[in-house]
Design a protein. Structure first.
Length: 364
């Protein structure tokens, strides 16, 4: 649960909140059930926003503001190394050999990063599903210099961070379009075709967005609708609008001295064949798609094999375990067009930002 969840819990169920002795994330709860060890990993602790990434401990000052103390939260361990024996009764019930150990591991987004890249430096990790994320490993936390706070830093072990941001809306607005407006073939390569006419621009924010300026009041917008625009144009504008929104995060990484030489992409959205090409063209870097599915599970397996001594490190695990991948190179001509359109998209997004809240208050 992130800090907002605790605050909502405190406000809505204050009497119950006061009775809580311990707080646990779902993974630490399950780990305790399996092993008897009360512990969480650093990446999961960091995701709560109550973990101090400078001192690598629960932040006593922040917790005091919701009337909590660090002792109410599990101890934090290195998820790449912490192993505990499976309880004997569970091992017997499952018919497993003796001395089976359980790896603490990472939260799902960090496990996906392991699965796609082995946490290789300067490689951007994109999960493209109902929502989306872009993160890049580094030895330092990236704290956005921009007041908009477009990116965050999650510590996954001491001196190691996943920096980046996420989107509420990726495949979600496509599903909305197909269920509520019209069906369209998202595998049609005509979606890559661009003309010299003014483009239809989509701000695909059906469920708000995560940066502080666009925020929770944001809603969806189609801008520049003309008589000649077809169903394909509307679908293309959503695909591009999501890519432009991720470019917003990509720019924040660049501005905070994090270089991304390539992107490795997973998630159900990669099955829309034109979408990785759009991302490559918008970001201007190659996009690699793994042929394997469920890369977060692959990443968790890589962590277990490495901790168990099968591989010397995650890079070796990545080299040995990952299947052949498809690499999509940016189209130079398309990248130039998208650069111009992205700059307009950014201006439109930032111009509308203060109007979203005003619009949300038009109720009676």
């Amino acid at each position: 649960m992130c800090c907002q969840g605790y605050i909502i819990f405190l406000k809505i169920e204050s009497s119950l909140f006061e009775k809580v002795k311990y707080f646990a994330d779902s993974k630490s709860f399950l780990f305790e059930f399996l092993t008897g060890e009360w512990v969480t990993d650093m990446s999961t602790a960091a995701a709560t926003q109550f973990y101090n990434a400078h001192h690598f401990e629960w932040d006593e000052d922040l917790l005091s503001r919701i009337n909590c103390t660090p002792c109410q939260f599990p101890p934090v361990a290195d998820g790449t190394k912490f192993l505990a024996p499976l309880k004997k009764e569970l091992s017997d019930a499952l018919g497993l050999k003796k001395n089976v150990k359980v790896i603490l591991g990472f939260y799902d987004g960090a496990a996906l990063a392991v699965g796609l890249s082995g946490l290789e430096p300067n490689v951007g990790i994109v999960n493209l599903g109902t929502t989306a994320m872009l993160r890049v490993p580094d030895n330092q936390p990236a704290l956005d210099k921009n007041e908009n706070k477009r990116i965050q830093a999650y510590a996954y072990k001491k001196g190691k961070f996943l920096n980046g941001g996420a989107l509420n809306n990726a495949a979600l607005p496509l599903d909305w379009m197909r269920k509520n407006l019209f069906e369209v073939d998202l595998q049609n390569e005509i979606l890559l075709k661009m003309t010299n006419e003014p483009p239809l621009i989509s701000l695909p924010y059906l469920t708000g967005e995560r940066d502080s300026k666009t925020g929770p009041y944001a809603s969806g917008v189609f801008f520049g609708i003309r008589r000649n625009h077809s169903q394909i144009d509307f679908a293309r504008s959503i695909l591009e609008g999501v890519a432009y929104s991720l470019r917003y995060i990509y720019d924040a990484l660049q501005e905070n001295n994090l270089r991304v030489k390539e992107v490795r992409m997973g998630g159900g959205g990669v099955n829309i064949k034109v979408w990785p090409q759009i991302f490559a063209d918008v970001l201007g870097v190659p996009v690699t798609i793994s042929s394997a599915n469920e890369m977060a599970l692959v990443g968790s397996a890589m962590l277990a094999f490495t901790a168990g001594g099968v591989f010397k490190d995650l890079n070796e695990a990545s080299e040995k375990m990952l299947k052949e991948s498809k690499r999509v190179a940016p189209n130079e001509a398309a990248t130039k067009v998208h650069e111009q359109r992205y700059q307009f998209f950014k201006k439109l997004r930032e111009t509308l930002a203060p109007l979203y809240k005003e619009h949300a208050e038009l109720r009676f």
